[in-house]
Design a binder for this molecule. Sequence first.
Ligand code: EPZ
Length: 419
Amino acid sequence: MDKFEIEGGVVLNGSVEASGSKNASLPILFASILSAKKIILERVPQLKDIQTSIELIKGLGAEISKESNNRYSICAERLQSIEAPYDLVRTMRASILLLAPILAREGKARVSLPGGCSIGSRPVDIHLKALEQMGVKIEIASGYVNASVEGKIKGADIGFRFPSVGATEQIIMAGTLAEGETTIRNAAREPEIVDLANFLNSLGAKIEGAGSDCIKIKGVSSLEGGSYSIMFDRIEAGTILLAGAITGGKVRVEKIVPNDLLEFLSEAKKSGVKVIEGNDWIEFEGKGSSTVSITTAPHPGFATDLQAQMMSFLCEVPGTSTIVENIFENRFMHVPELVRLGADISISGSTAQIRGKNNTFSGATVMATDLRASAALVLAGLVAKGTTSVRRIYHLDRGYESLEAKISLLGGKISRQRE
Ligand code: EPZ
């Protein structure tokens, strides 16, 4: 396993470009098999989760080849399998999103239940209940979801009890080739959902309202081929901007639409960071100076995927800040590790109280526990006195494309080593 060795205390300065979005790439890769024609995807980030998705798609019998570092061609003319096996699904729970595309093409699907992960139990009840409303028969047996539908999936008027991102993507895909019209009420509004809808519409789908809480999909008989460039990764961008701000530097991330991070930028401004917004770039300058109170929420609220990174940043802001994590039940795994680095954080239920001060962190060996927690530990290491060793960074490799190269480009002292 690999670890990062980080020399703290270096001020980061400069500009980097964001990579393609992990959370847009995954649903778009799976949605590609809704078409039987050739599809070219640009800006697919090189990530562990992308490799897992490619193995899953290959396992179904689709042809997929890597044309360059970030470009793939996919052709699902015929599928030879309807199964997404446990040994792949258990490493990436987003695999549950394969249910609808396989069903839409083959009329049946067998996808392993994803199981929980370190940040929560991650149920899929909203996905399954909605699919049943679309005429899909669902049976759970031996840890698999066995789904089947007589003829085509049927369009339906569906109301979500919670605006689940994955369930919204699942039902957009289920509705794309369905009979009739599907409406999703209380839909998630994340920008990655808009990207999925834009991708499918570029192939001939008829999806309206993505980005709002009411999405309408008119089923079509088939999709064309085509090529599509995936949106940039707003969570990676937020992470790198905080890497600059925590060290007191001036860092710009190119190719990011400020509108996709409005609540995050608003809280950064409240904390005293100088935020400059361009059309397709964002710049942070200087450390925070004022405490803030943050609550994570579905988009356009504060993104839960930036919560851990924000917590590291607030550990270096004098005074008591609070973070309420409303989306996942166990997304404070980074707290004990930050405390090992010198943070003063107490948790009560879903609320973390961060008693920040200048020079909070001192280098130590810490353990990554999940994707965004590992990013939070890297940020702390960048400003800690001395050396910080972040172990098990395979968690980080799931969601960040060459993070250490980007941090080094900004002047940070970080290297990848064998544990
Ligand atoms: C997506 O996960 C993202 N993953 C997550 O990013 C992100 O944190 C999350 O959306 C929220 O923004 C991808 O896009 C691949 P949800 P997803 O369904 O779809 C509960 C990262 O770090 N829920 O909106 O799983 C669920 O347990 C990852 O990049 C149900 O109860 O998120 C959770 O508490 C982590 N039943 C909440 O809703 C369901 O059927 C949000 O889940 C579905 C979800």
